[in-house]
Ligand binder design. Structure first.
Ligand code: ZN
Length: 202
């Protein structure tokens, strides 16, 4: 399965000259929610991720996704794994689990995101699951930004990766691409102007 082509075709991976929210420039931009716009594509990706997880032998009782980005990926993955789906959400900046969701003591929970950058939100949500007695058995994402090493990839873990190294991290593809300070940007040097992604109105 060509995951990057699926992202490209869904306009979830854009090519061009972008000014990122960090101020850096990049030749690519990921708007990962777009790939889940078509439920058939969401199912296709979640099924592939579930297959990888099942093949690893990992036992999962529940998928937990941090809102908002992880919601659809988490639900689709839970469907594919045939397990319970819950989510954590921020209230006044604090990650919490509400809405009557319960976590049993020793429940094996897989954290799920649409995309893992450093894994910060997933780990904040994981702390809440742990405080309720759950056991974090792994992390899953459709896309990996390349700061953390996933299963079946040669990408090396970078210092800013927040995922624990003692549990597996599953993802379908690495989306590693260069980011440049504006003064070092080769595209700027070639005379093109960086655009803010989403300036088309999202
Ligand atoms: Zn530039």
């Amino acid at each position: 399965m060509d995951v990057k082509k699926i992202y490209m075709d869904a306009d979830a991976l854009l090519g061009g000259h972008f000014k990122l929210s960090s101020g850096n420039h990049s030749q690519f931009y990921l708007q990962s929610a777009k790939v889940l716009e078509d439920p058939k594509t969401a199912k296709l990706l979640a099924d592939a991720l579930a297959k990888q997880i099942k093949n690893s032998g990992l036992e999962v009782d529940t998928v937990c996704a941090p809102a908002l980005g992880g919601l659809i990926a988490g639900f689709a993955l839970a469907t594919a794994l045939d397990v319970r789906s819950i989510f954590a959400e921020r209230v006044n900046g604090e990650m919490t689990i509400r809405r009557g969701f319960e976590v049993k003591k020793g429940e094996r929970v897989l954290m799920c995101e649409d995309i893992i950058t450093t894994g910060g939100s997933a780990m904040e949500a994981a702390e809440v699951v742990k405080s309720l007695g759950g056991e974090i058995v792994g992390v899953a994402a459709l896309a990996n930004r390349g700061f953390c090493k996933r299963q079946h990839s040669d990408v090396v873990t970078k210092p800013n990766c927040k995922l624990p190294q003692d549990i597996p991290f599953f993802a379908l593809a690495d989306f590693t691409f260069e980011m440049y300070a504006p003064e070092d940007c080769p595209m700027c040097k070639a005379g093109s102007e960086a655009v803010k992604p989403g300036s088309r109105g999202n």
